[in-house]
Design a binder for this molecule. Structure first.
Ligand SMILES: [Zn+2]
Length: 188
């Protein structure tokens, strides 16, 4: 299974090799360009099905995600579960909120989804936004878990693929020492 999932990303050209500056400030020889996969409905549908199937018996009522890739995941996972899919947008440096008329009724059973888990920052912000509206967080589903240590977010976490990231602090980066040009990828 793991092999197949990794192949989806490889085939889509989503696993870039080089010298990358991550949003955390760390450097890495690998970057996963998730939109290489998310631009194509079939692999996106396949990954969301794994998440939807994992939580299918949990009576999920809303699927919620942080922007930007999460919008696509929330929509597709929600479609497969037959429920609403909503997304939380940045409202500050470390804050997110549901805008655009989105609502969660107190006690509604919420599944949170996201594309790539690294530091867990956007997931935590989305969890806080759900709790603020009184939603009950049943679990979290991500496409790829790239966190360095397995993360405890306080609710069950399901990942389609676990692929631990290799990162270096800038002052201790072998690629910097080898003078490989540093690239800042993604939309950040
Ligand atoms: Zn470096």
């Amino acid at each position: 299974m793991t092999k197949n999932i990794e192949e989806i990303f490889e085939k889509a050209g989503a696993i870039l090799k080089g010298h990358f500056l991550l949003t955390s400030g760390l450097h890495s020889p690998v970057y996963w360009e998730k939109f290489k996969v998310l631009q194509s409905p079939p692999p996106t549908e396949q990954l969301c099905r794994l998440i939807a199937d994992h939580f299918r018996e949990q009576k999920i009522q809303v699927v919620a995600a942080p922007t930007t890739g999460g919008i696509i995941l929330a929509f597709e996972t929600a479609r497969q579960l037959g429920v609403r899919g909503i997304f939380a947008e940045k409202t500050g440096e470390k804050e997110r909120a549901f805008k655009r008329g989105f609502n969660i009724e107190p006690g509604e059973r919420v599944l949170i989804v996201d594309d790539i888990l690294t530091t867990g920052g956007s997931l935590r912000q989305t969890m806080a936004a759900v709790k603020k509206l009184g939603g009950e967080i049943i679990g979290i589903g991500v496409m790829v878990d790239r966190s360095e240590q397995e993360m405890d977010l306080g609710v069950p976490l399901f990942s389609c693929l676990r692929a631990e990231a290799v990162t270096y602090p800038p002052e201790d980066c072998p690629l910097c020492k080898a003078k490989v040009p540093l690239v800042k990828p993604g939309g950040g």
